[in-house]
Design a protein around this ligand. Structure first.
Ligand SMILES: Nc1ncnc2c1ncn2[C@@H]1O[C@H](COP(=O)(O)OP(=O)(O)OP(=O)(O)O)[C@@H](O)[C@H]1O
Ligand SMILES: [Zn+2]
Length: 736
């Protein structure tokens, strides 16, 4: 970052006040503009400047008074947006550099919320008094709730229904659309609203956190088994920080998937107000309101998904990263970054505490704790009388499920089926976990062997029976399932291979016809309100068997749920990327942790074809340390993270020949550097996506090497044709 130098005006020389401006465009450096006389400009101000023939927005990152011998173009105007606090600006520029992104591109992302005008009117729904033609419990709750006008999302959440129920009632005239009263007050969280009554081990953890808080920058791993009360404990630290410094701001980062009503409800119960939330599904006007509230310091507590890290905080006192191991903290599109890693840097810049909470920490964080770079606070027991579930492996080689009555393939073993019966008999609930959406992950033609895939893309189409479509989860492409093989024209020759949650539902319905079974996946609960509605029905025991993807694996407490069955424990191990074993371990640990969360003891059964695998052994023996030791050793031997650093370079082009030629040429310019190895170019595992061919390089560096410097140096050596797109991924998580 350019240091801010104010040269004193020298009386004999004509000095110009020059602003260094990062324009919101992919320009490699800050540009100089003259500050017109009488314009009041400071660092962090928004400006409009000329660039070529266009007018573009930018941010002032430095001011210098200097003698210049050529006329500079002047700043044109200053938009009326709150300036970016200086430490946030420093952080953004640093992050641009870290992710090898042009600063203007990066800042453009951070300022996206300002692209929409301030909201003037917001519309909501209120009841009219007209009776609905048909009444259901859900509709009744909406009508009861809508005494005063409320926004669509809020109303659906408050009534615990999906948004469709609200809009349906509006269509019938039971609700009407009205303008909501304008309200720009920001409710302040009250740290003393409802303090927790911590148990002794939670209190001890809280006291350790208080000691850390006094240190300024303090990275902490809050490591506790599922249900031990990590959330209870860190909420007390949030309260401590808010109380200690009336200007301090707090950010709670959650995986996108965990931003449910359950968590928001807990925050509201603890602090007495709706906490500002930031994630993919908030509206544009809230986005702007929150951005401005954070930049002016009026919003002191934010809960959000990874991108909430790039809000313009004035003074951060604490960042909490809940489920710090979760891979959704890694942004995989556009600018690629890891929110956890960057959050630690941000905390260091602001002298803030950063608490990483998890029952299954990432190997990176655990290693930092072991090496005492992070303070390690542990919670060993579940709160109250709840105990961890018994975990047993089912060897599927010996218990392969047979065929059903109509000769259909079955997926649940006799042992699991018997255990489900027992659980249902006790009137308790079952969760069957399979991290695969839809009906079948693959559809192939039994006549010609053709595997159905999206046009110009290397990934298989997933069959969704509920919608009758074949869907590409990578590109979003979808089509009706054809009657005729598009390849060989055979009729009715397409067969579904392998199970997804919909297929398990089918099996459950045929095996347990009296049980109420439902799928919990991002397809059945696409938004917060419908997810809240489903969670409520599970809590109310309106459902006996939940068939779930990872959408349900986290965060929820279902007191009557005592059996978790993992349909395919080996699933995540395939594909062989760096973190496959670690991720499988974490996900299964989370999923099995859903069982027996209150007074009734729980049990988890894992169906596996590789019971001897270290992941399965560690899960069965509840021996986390054994797994991490094994995993750490194999990473250390290869020099992979956390024992080394990685960067991926992904090249994409429509023209395969051009791509081949350029990647071979780029390989010739690999700088020869000690402690850094480059692998590739290789075809990406998904070598063709949406008609774009893809090649990859992988850079591995020892920990003490300047990885970004190496990449920049290398890329500068050769000019890349415009027809080739380059993605730099520092610390890649996806190897596709
Ligand atoms: N001191 C306490 N007093 C009352 N209830 C508590 C206390 N500690 C934990 N609980 C309850 O126990 C359950 C688990 O607590 P919490 O969600 O904080 O644990 P966690 O460690 O964050 O769990 P997970 O790993 O699943 O996210 C919650 O329902 C919570 O309300
Ligand atoms: Zn065919």
């Amino acid at each position: 970052m350019t240091p801010v130098t104010e040269y004193l005006a020298d009386s004999r020389e004509k000095l110009t006040l020059t602003a260094k401006v990062v324009v919101l465009a992919p320009v490699p450096e800050a540009l100089d503009y003259a500050v017109p006389d009488g314009m009041d400009i400071a660092i962090g101000d928004h400006v409009v400047v000329p660039l070529g023939h266009a007018k573009v927005r930018g941010l002032v990152i430095g001011l210098i008074r200097e003698a210049i011998d050529f006329p500079l173009k002047p700043i044109l105007s200053k938009p009326d947006d709150p300036p970016v606090p200086e430490n946030s600006l420093h952080f953004w520029l640093w992050a641009a550099n870290w992710t090898v992104t042009p600063p203007g591109t990066f800042l453009n992302g951070c300022l996206r919320a300002l692209k929409v005008a301030r909201a003037q009117v917001r519309l909501g729904y209120v009841r009219t008094g007209i009776e609905p033609a048909r009444i259901t419990k859900a509709r009744e709750r909406v009508i009861e709730t809508a005494i005063l006008p409320m926004g669509l999302g809020e109303l659906a959440l408050a009534a615990g229904v999906s948004e469709g129920v609200v809009t349906g009632l509006a269509k019938e005239g039971v609700l009407e659309k009205v303008a909501l009263p304008f309200d720009d007050r920001i409710p302040q969280p009250d740290p003393d609203f409802a303090p927790a009554r911590l148990n002794p081990s939670q209190s001890a953890a809280h006291q350790l956190l208080q000691m850390e808080m006094a240190k300024g920058f303090a990275p902490v791993l809050l490591d506790g088994v599922t249900g031990s009360g990590k959330t209870e404990v860190y909420l007390e630290s949030v309260a401590d920080v808010l109380r200690a410094d009336p200007a301090a701001q707090v950010l709670i980062l959650l995986p996108e998937i965990a931003l449910t009503q359950a968590v928001l409800g807990r925050l509201k119960a603890r602090f007495g107000v709706e906490v500002a939330q930031w994630h993919a599904n908030i509206g544009n006007s809230s986005r702007r309101r929150i951005w401005e509230g954070v930049a002016t310091g009026k919003i002191r507590l934010v809960v959000g998904a990874r991108s909430a890290l790039f809000l313009p905080y004035v003074r951060l006192g604490l960042i909490v990263i809940d489920e710090e191991h979760d891979s959704s903290y890694k942004q995989e599109e556009g600018v690629r970054y890891h929110a956890r890693d960057l959050a630690v840097f941000r905390a260091r810049m602001d002298g803030a505490m950063v608490v990483m909470a998890s029952a299954t920490p990432s190997l990176e964080t655990l290693t930092n704790a072991e090496k005492e770079r992070y303070t390690w606070i542990r919670l060993e027991k579940r709160h109250g009388t709840a105990v961890l579930p018994d975990i047993e492996l089912i060897d599927m080689k010996a218990h392969a499920p047979g065929k059903g009555q109509k000769n259909e393939q079955m997926w649940l073993s006799d042992i699991l089926v018997a255990e489900v019966w027992e659980t249902l008999k006790r009137r308790e609930q079952v969760l069957l976990f399979l991290n695969r959406r839809g009906y079948a992950p693959l559809v192939l033609c039994k006549a010609c062997g053709e595997k159905m895939s999206a046009p110009n893309t290397d990934s298989w189409l997933v069959e969704h029976r509920s919608s009758g479509r074949l869907v590409c989860h990578l590109t979003g492409f979808s089509m009706r399932k054809p009657k005729i093989c598009p390849h060989c024209k055979a009729v009715d020759s397409l067969v579904s291979v392998g199970p997804g949650v919909e297929r398990i539902l089918e099996e459950v319905q045929s095996r347990f016809p009296d049980a109420r079974a439902e799928v919990f996946s991002s397809d059945t609960v696409p938004d917060a309100a419908s997810s809240a509605a489903l969670i409520r029905r599970i809590e109310d025991h309106d459902i006996d068997i939940v068939i779930a993807t990872q959408a349900a694996a986290k965060g929820h407490n279902f007191p009557n749920l005592t059996l978790v069955g993992i349909v395919d424990a080996d699933l995540g191990l395939k594909g062989g990327d760096l973190r496959a074993a670690e991720r499988t371990f974490q996900l299964l640990q989370q999923a099995t942790g859903r069982a027996g969360r209150s007074v009734k003891p729980g049990k988890a059964l894992l169906q596996t074809y590789t019971p001897e695998h270290p992941v399965m052994q560690a899960l069965a023996h509840q021996d986390r340390e054994a797994f991490y030791a094994y995993e750490g050793m194999s990473r250390e031997m290869a020099g992979f993270p956390p024992y080394g650093r990685l960067a991926a370079l992904i090249l994409q082009a429509k023209d395969q020949k051009l791509l081949d030629r350029f990647s071979r040429e780029l390989a010739l310019f690999i700088p020869n550097t000690d402690g850094i190895d480059v692998y590739g170019p290789a075809d990406a595992p998904l070598a063709l996506v949406r008609g774009q061919w893809r090649k990859r390089f992988l850079v591995r560096a020892d920990r003490n090497r300047d990885l970004q410097g190496f990449v920049n140096h290398w890329l500068a050596a050769i000019k890349r044709p415009n027809a080739i797109r380059l993605i730099v991924d520092i610390e890649p998580y996806s190897f596709l």
